[in-house]
Write a protein that binds this ligand. Structure first.
Ligand code: MRU
Length: 338
């Protein structure tokens, strides 16, 4: 699997996911603004990867900083704010930037170049940690699946959404290695098609059997008895277990309950936002209307129609049968355990 993000000693090199699966192309980010733009335009996406990429962006900005040490604190806050304002829902972004700020604040006695290097080392550490965390999530999560499992997922919570291996797809990968996966159902995930463009591409690279359905086919597929579990990623989990994830996740959870199919969320602990009591308080990103009006730049409707385009929805905790983390599986009730 190709690396989603890396520092080449001078610039940040990102895999441009907006071009997949047609083109495997890499973009060079030279400035903090380039990194922010890449996140906004979904060239890098997925909660854990957004956090790590923003951390690299912050380190990149500080490595290139040539101003006075008096002005440095101010500059740090300015570029941190640029990165923090890219996407509102995935809490991993704010978690990662805070971790970088903690390192920054403990090291203000260093010279500009030393500080830049230290922050870059922290971003690299986050990258390595993320893969290890995903492998642990995969290990725990696979225990929930039996031989011959047919698992439905939405969006892309895989190696592409992280630094490698993935969360929901990490569970599927670990289960596949043990011969437990008969079939993955990938929901296409309109409007941006992370399921059909990214999840399908990623699973086929690993020769994991995957079948693509449109989002509206999920209920009937369940009704036919072809789904044993639903596993999704998460962008933010409130203290009570309510979970924000890609639009359509809530629909899958309701359908899963109706058909007595277990519904699991796989996410690192950095996705849990203990400051937020319930899902109602999670900010939901609304994206441009063109994503819905068009498909691959071609009009799919009357161009002037009004559009509602929330990028995420909230699945209430009552519909979640387990939250798979790197420290184990949390089963309901979530409130005090999270
Ligand atoms: O808009 P995206 O593509 O960033 O949305 C991604 C998701 O919703 C993922 O399921 C979530 O971030 C978890 S990724 C491990």
């Amino acid at each position: 699997m190709v690396k989603t993000v890396r520092f080449d000693g001078e610039h940040l090199i990102i895999l441009d996911q907006s071009k997949l699966p047609g083109e495997i192309s890499f973009e060079t980010c030279r400035t903090v603004e380039d990194v922010a733009e890449a996140i906004i335009r979904l060239k890098v996406r997925g909660a854990p990867l957004i956090g790590v990429t923003a951390s690299y962006g912050l380190a990149l900005g500080m490595i290139k900083y040539e101003g006075s040490e008096q002005e440095r604190d101010n500059y740090f806050q300015v570029i941190k704010n640029i990165l923090a304002s890219t996407r509102p829902t995935a809490v991993n972004l704010f978690w990662a930037l805070q971790r970088m700020e903690d390192v920054y604040k403990q090291s203000t006695n260093l010279s500009n170049p030393e500080l830049g290097q230290l922050l870059m080392a922290e971003a690299e550490q986050m990258f390595t940690d993320d893969i290890r965390i995903n492998e642990a999530i995969g290990e725990y999560g696979q225990e929930l699946l039996h031989k011959g499992s047919r698992v439905m997922t939405i969006c892309n919570a895989g190696a592409l959404a992280t630094c490698g291996y993935g969360t929901a797809l990490g569970v599927i990968r670990s289960a596949f290695k043990r011969g437990k996966i008969e079939q993955v159902w990938a929901c296409e995930t309109r409007p941006v098609l992370q399921g059909s463009r990214l999840t399908v591409w990623e699973l086929l690279q690993d020769r994991i059997p995957v079948t693509l359905i449109t989002d509206s086919m999920a209920g009937y597929t369940m009704k036919l008895g072809k789904v044993d579990a639903v596993i999704t990623g998460a962008d933010r989990i409130a203290a009570n277990g309510d979970t924000a994830n890609k639009i359509g996740t809530y629909t899958l959870a309701v359908l899963a309950r109706q058909h007595n199919i277990p519904f699991y969320v796989a996410a690192p602990l950095s996705t849990i936002d203990r400051e937020i009591a319930t899902g109602d308080l999670i900010p939901i990103e609304e994206r441009q209307a063109e994503e819905v009006r068009q498909i691959f730049g071609i009009n799919a409707t009357v161009p002037e129609v009004s559009v509602f385009n929330p990028a995420f929805d909230i699945t209430p905790h009552e519909l979640i049968d387990g939250i798979i983390t790197e420290r184990g599986i949390i089963k309901p009730p979530y409130l005090n355990q999270l």
